[in-house]
Design a protein around this ligand. Structure first.
Ligand code: FE
Ligand code: FE
Ligand code: ZN
Length: 297
């Protein structure tokens, strides 16, 4: 079994804050022995962003190189307040398009290739309206894009009128945008569990994903346990082995031969103020679970 987080591209969400900014992000990832990581370019709940020239990007990149991480597996998560699934709310829709195109430019400045993107909520207008709103927005934002950055549309849990709760919706987006070269997918284990997929049937999930979306379009895997049973439509992440999915299943995703090249990112909650990632990465890469591990953080 490959138990090196570096060649598994296994890592976690990390922060980006002053004074070290990206240099600090990379240091945090390395402190967990990560083989990859994901970060927000600023606070996820707003669209204010520190200018790129203050983010110490080149120092962070130098440390990535020195540590031997594959820069092409690093991921940005787009701010989740933007909603491009409801074009009727023009203020939010226009702001969202502007923010997404700036986010693509920022990702390019970080030399990051994938931006995880929540497809948003249709807000009582129905799934078809949501899909049309998203496609119009993608077509406008991406038409003249000359970066090598891709949007990884995330599978969602189905809270309220959330979009992206089944593979066919996401496949529709991928096949109906004009720039088919710019869209891919982020599969989140907690979200598909909550959306109603039998996440424990790993081969079944991956073969359905392949049939409907195509595994070649899978850009990122989010590795989370879930506080809720299958189909709960809740979206509450749990630490590895403490939720309804369990360690064995999550470990299967980490080591699955079809997912070798996919970056695998933990977004599990802190426990009593402490980051769980070092331990979770150690257990998932070795395949050995330590019961009650949170008590010894
Ligand atoms: Fe997300
Ligand atoms: Fe996620
Ligand atoms: Zn989530």
């Amino acid at each position: 079994m490959n138990n090196d987080p570096k060649s598994l591209f296994l890592g976690s969400h990390c922060g980006l804050s002053g004074p070290e900014y990206y240099l600090g992000t990379v240091k945090e990832a390395l402190s967990y022995n990560s083989g990859s990581f994901m970060f927000y370019t600023g606070a996820p709940q707003n669209t204010k962003r520190t200018p790129l020239n203050q983010l110490r990007i080149e120092e962070g990149r130098a440390l990535i190189k020195e540590a031997g991480l594959d820069e092409s597996k690093i991921v940005i998560h787009c701010a989740y307040i933007i909603n491009l699934a409801n074009k009727e709310n023009t203020d939010i829709y226009e702001l969202g398009k502007r923010f997404l195109s700036q986010e693509i430019k920022r990702a390019a400045a970080f030399h990051v290739k994938s931006i995880v993107f929540h497809p948003g909520s249709h807000l009582k207008h129905g799934v078809e309206y949501g899909l049309e709103s998203l496609i119009e927005a993608f077509d406008e934002v991406l038409q003249n894009d000359d970066t090598d950055v891709k949007i990884a549309v995330e599978t969602m849990a189905g809270k309220g009128s959330e979009m992206g709760t089944d593979f066919s919706q996401i496949a529709y987006l991928l096949t109906h945008v004009k720039r088919k070269d710019k869209l891919g997918v982020c599969l989140d284990t907690c979200h598909i569990n909550d959306a109603g997929y039998d996440v424990n049937d790993v081969d079944g999930v991956l073969s359905e994903f392949d049939k409907i979306i195509g595994l070649n379009n899978l850009l990122v895997l989010h590795v989370n346990d879930s506080k809720n049973p299958i189909g709960a439509h809740k979206d509450r992440h749990e630490n590895i082995g403490y939720g309804h999915i369990g360690f064995q299943t999550l470990s299967k995703y980490i080591h699955h031969p079809l997912l070798v090249n996919v970056p695998k990112i933990l977004e599990t909650p802190y426990f009593e103020g402490k980051a769980p990632y070092k331990k979770e990465i150690e257990m998932l890469s070795s395949g050995v679970f330590e019961p009650d591990w949170r008590d010894h953080l």
